[in-house]
Design a protein around this ligand. Structure first.
Ligand SMILES: Cc1cc2nc3c(=O)[nH]c(=O)nc-3n(C[C@H](O)[C@H](O)[C@H](O)COP(=O)(O)OP(=O)(O)OC[C@H]3O[C@@H](n4cnc5c(N)ncnc54)[C@H](O)[C@@H]3O)c2cc1C
Length: 340
């Protein structure tokens, strides 16, 4: 599917990309985000939604997921779209503008801001070879609709926030929920861990610490598995456990992917930019964790400033009559304000 031509397309909907989307609207530029993940927020949503952040200006403390909510609200003012669940896989120049490709469509755009952070995320898969054939047939690495697991015996693998969040949420839906983790140390919110431990104590759920999946069994032979063999990682003792569904919650792996082939200067997986956030290829700027320059700090606060610089530069490049300096939002007509 071909989408309408936009002034600015932002690759990545993390904090830098979300702020760039707002900023583009403020500067009167049409814009859109394309992100590989099914939800906006980048690392904040995927890796630490329940953690407090203390070093974002204007917030004494803010939960990562709440900061994303505010950024989304701020960007929504200009009604520009975010196309989610699709990684940008290609770039071409056609009819005097760029076209970004994803598996779901083509995105024509006059300019690009790469806010790709540490790259496109994808869920980390179970390392066991025995698990591989069951992906899509009982093993799922994304939970789309919890009600799909109604009446099922669900095993969640992992010890982080997602593992415990889903373990507690699915407990009321599934027939039984078991959590399997290779150690007894968890990287999850204490209250959620305590809640799940209560469920285990009350016999409503099970927890296998120091265990991993050793085999997937199908008894009788059929399309779906019926049992897992769990192995104690220290003693190597094995246990058979009835299960219909396995949800690996092992975090994400990231990859800068095709952006590495766009003729930009890279240092490891980071794009070298100058103080104007220029990448060296006309029409393409970068902002946020993906950038590298002397003194670069990988912080949300810095990503916001870089996004503003990138958008202001892009707007002036496309429309030279528009100044780089945006003026003050407190005086802008676009917000219903006027000069004092
Ligand atoms: C556990 C943890 C705690 C942290 N705590 C703090 C803190 O307290 N304070 C602080 O300032 N910073 C903190 N950080 C760092 C902060 O999260 C990052 O600096 C910030 O997320 C960078 O934002 P970004 O928008 O540049 O990139 P990201 O948040 O990484 O977002 C990039 C987005 O780009 C998308 N993407 C990448 N490649 C493609 C592609 N090819 N196609 C489509 N989409 C693509 C990704 O899917 C992702 O959604 C923390 C990080 C972690 C992991």
């Amino acid at each position: 599917m071909d989408h309408p031509l936009k002034d600015i397309t932002i690759i990545g909907g993390g904090p830098a990309g979300l702020f760039a989307l707002f900023y583009a609207g403020m500067r009167g530029a049409s814009a859109q985000i394309v992100d590989a993940l099914p939800e906006l927020g980048g690392q904040l949503t995927a890796l630490y939604p329940e953690k407090f952040i203390f070093d974002v200006a204007g917030y004494a403390q803010v939960l990562a997921k709440d900061l994303v909510k505010s950024l989304k609200e701020q960007a929504a003012r200009f009604n520009e779209p975010a196309h989610l669940g699709q990684a940008v896989t290609g770039l071409e120049e056609r009819d005097g503008h760029f076209v970004l490709h994803t598996r779901k469509g083509d995105y024509p755009t006059k300019s690009i801001i790469i806010a790709a952070g540490i790259g496109a995320f994808s869920p980390r898969r179970l390392p066991q070879v025995c698990a591989e054939p069951w992906y899509g047939r009982g093993i799922y690495d994304v939970v789309t609709d919890p009600l799909e697991y109604k009446g099922q015996r669900v095993v969640i693998v992992g010890g982080g926030d997602s593992a415990f969040d889903w373990a507690t949420q699915l407990r009321g839906v599934a027939t039984h929920v078991a959590l399997v983790h290779r150690s007894d140390r968890f990287r999850a919110h204490g209250a959620t861990v305590a809640q799940f431990e209560e469920d285990v104590k009350a016999g409503r759920a099970s927890m296998f610490t120091f265990h991993e999946i050793a085999d997937v069994l199908c008894r009788p032979a059929g399309e779906r598995f019926t049992h897992l063999v769990l192995k104690q990682v220290k003693t190597k003792a094995t246990t058979e456990f009835e299960a219909d569904v396995v949800l690996p919650m092992l975090g994400f792996v990231s990859d800068i992917g095709p952006i590495a082939d766009w003729g930009l200067t890279l240092q490891k997986d980071e794009i070298v930019v100058n103080q104007l956030m220029e990448t060296g290829r006309a029409g393409i700027w970068a902002a946020g964790d993906v950038t590298m320059y002397p003194g670069k700090l990988k912080l949300i606060a810095c990503g916001f400033g870089e996004a503003a610089t990138a958008v202001n530069q892009a707007v002036h490049w496309m429309y030279p009559e528009k100044k780089v300096a945006p003026g003050h939002s407190s005086n802008m007509a676009v917000f219903g304000q006027k000069d004092d």
